[in-house]
Design a protein around this ligand. Structure first.
Ligand SMILES: C[S@@+](CC[C@H](N)C(=O)[O-])C[C@H]1O[C@@H](n2cnc3c(N)ncnc32)[C@H](O)[C@@H]1O
Length: 270
């Protein structure tokens, strides 16, 4: 029997197809919106580019690739290198003009084998929480003035919204930030500042602010009553905790959209 937790501190077994289905039905809509709004902010810093190269660490079903493709100019070609420990059964399709690769394995090991880092953007789409502080420290050592080939490098980290988890995620993000400063880059961003989409759209539903999103109500209602559909619920000993975990609504509003963007420039600030 599948046991599924998406609660803070519990990492679900994403290799299960049904876990992926529930995750995507519950979160794909909100996360796609979140990545779209944070990539839009990033893109405004990178205007007039006709290409962008992104390494997505913990990319899952490529939701953030979909979002990026909906933000960049039509003539912009995306090179997207996704890395995930799990080969997700569901992946967003790529546009013809883009070069999309998906490396399966532990990102810390795979990136450790890379002689250089040529991406413009390194993104953790809702994934930094699943890396330990030691993992992030190790990863940070791979970045150096020699291994990074670009003079401008962006880091995008989307965060969990509640205060304790956000603080944990930001602590890890600051390890990467400090490493970039230590290895000879500078930034106008501060590592304790994060971007909140809801500051501009307090209380609004995602579909009110972005026409790309219209969550089908049949899906919302189905998810809402998932526990009621379980045929084992009268006999299964875990049914109490299942009721709480399976009765969750998908995220439909903007208030959880929160992340950090750090842009680094090679050399010391003038
Ligand atoms: C919360 S999910 C986010 C997935 C996706 N980015 C999204 O937006 O839905 C975290 C992802 O990080 C991946 N992950 C966790 N630890 C990893 C590691 N050490 N190396 C590679 N991927 C990892 C998991 O397999 C999972 O797909």
């Amino acid at each position: 029997m599948i046991d599924v937790h998406f609660d803070a501190g519990r990492v679900p077994d994403y290799s299960g197809k049904h876990v992926q289905q529930l995750y995507l039905l519950r979160y794909a809509y909100a996360y796609a919106f979140e990545y779209k709004s944070i990539y839009r902010k990033l893109w405004s810093r990178m205007q007039h580019n006709n290409s962008i190269k992104v390494t997505s660490i913990g990319c899952g079903a490529l939701i953030d690739y979909w979002s990026l493709a909906h933000v960049v100019n039509d003539d912009c070609e995306i090179t997207y290198c996704g890395i995930d420990a799990v080969d997700w059964s569901y992946k967003f399709p790529r546009r013809k003009k883009d070069n999309v690769t998906y490396a399966i394995g532990n990102a810390i090991e795979l990136l450790g084998r890379s002689p250089c880092f040529s991406s413009d953007v390194y993104v953790f789409p809702k994934s930094i929480s699943e890396f330990s502080v030691l993992d992030v420290q190790k990863l940070s050592t791979y970045f150096s003035a020699d291994s990074l080939t670009k003079d401008t490098v962006h880091f995008v980290i989307t965060l969990r919204a509640d205060a304790d988890n956000k603080a944990d995620d930001m602590k890890k993000a600051s390890i990467l930030y400090q490493r970039m400063i230590d290895c000879g880059f500078h930034s106008e961003d501060e590592n304790n500042v994060c971007y909140r989409f809801s500051d501009e759209n307090r209380g609004k539903k995602i579909q009110q602010v972005d026409n790309d999103f219209s969550h089908p109500w049949a899906v919302v209602n189905y998810l809402n009553d998932l526990y009621g559909k379980c045929s084992n619920r009268s006999t299964c000993g875990k049914s109490n905790s299942c009721e709480k975990r399976l009765g969750r609504m998908p995220i439909l509003n903007c208030q959880y959209t929160i992340g950090q963007i750090f842009t680094f420039y090679r050399g010391k600030a003038l």
